[in-house]
Design a protein around this ligand. Sequence first.
Ligand SMILES: C[S@@+](CC[C@H](N)C(=O)[O-])C[C@H]1O[C@@H](n2cnc3c(N)ncnc32)[C@H](O)[C@@H]1O
Length: 188
Amino acid sequence: MSYFSETEARSIIRDTYGQVHSDGVAVAEALYSTEELDRLPRGAVTFALGVGHPVRHAALKPGETVLDLGCGAGIDTLLAALAVGPGGRAIGLDMTPAMLERAREHVGLIGLGNVELREGLLEELPLPDASVDAIISNGVLNLSTRKSRALAEMVRVLRPGGRVSLADLVITEALPEEVLKSPAALAG
Ligand SMILES: C[S@@+](CC[C@H](N)C(=O)[O-])C[C@H]1O[C@@H](n2cnc3c(N)ncnc32)[C@H](O)[C@@H]1O
């Protein structure tokens, strides 16, 4: 059971990520290699807000189309775009306009022509059925108030044989009520 309606939860999450500040390089340095970070604009590195490295496990190949759910400022979208190359396509999707704005700036700085950024929700993906080869996501699914709907949308847009590589938080014991009621805890 959730203490927040879907509308309330989305508004809290959008506000939180709309105002989030760059937090230095500690997160990125813990998750990515120096070689990877050296290829990216500094802003994409300092705005890394994930919990793992989904691109590393996605087995991306040149020419593929990859979708990054909750792309934030774009660190994994950019790494995915580099992996699929100019003949492939990386689509970064996020519901927070301010994060997409940052991602857009970082795409411009690195000069990649194979990235598309889209505003949208995990639970209502603005993509046709069977249109992507791989889905990546980093620290996002835990924020969804309708996780089964988000998973069903992933299945819908994946091509037959498509792959999903998710990095996320897993709760192994019940959370106390004060945490469940906290907007700050909801938004991570
Ligand atoms: C913890 S940040 C992770 C950003 C990025 N994946 C990274 O690794 O830096 C979570 C991101 O997911 C987005 N987000 C949260 N819930 C979402 C939803 N239901 N649909 C689309 N985006 C969502 C937020 O706007 C935020 O940019």
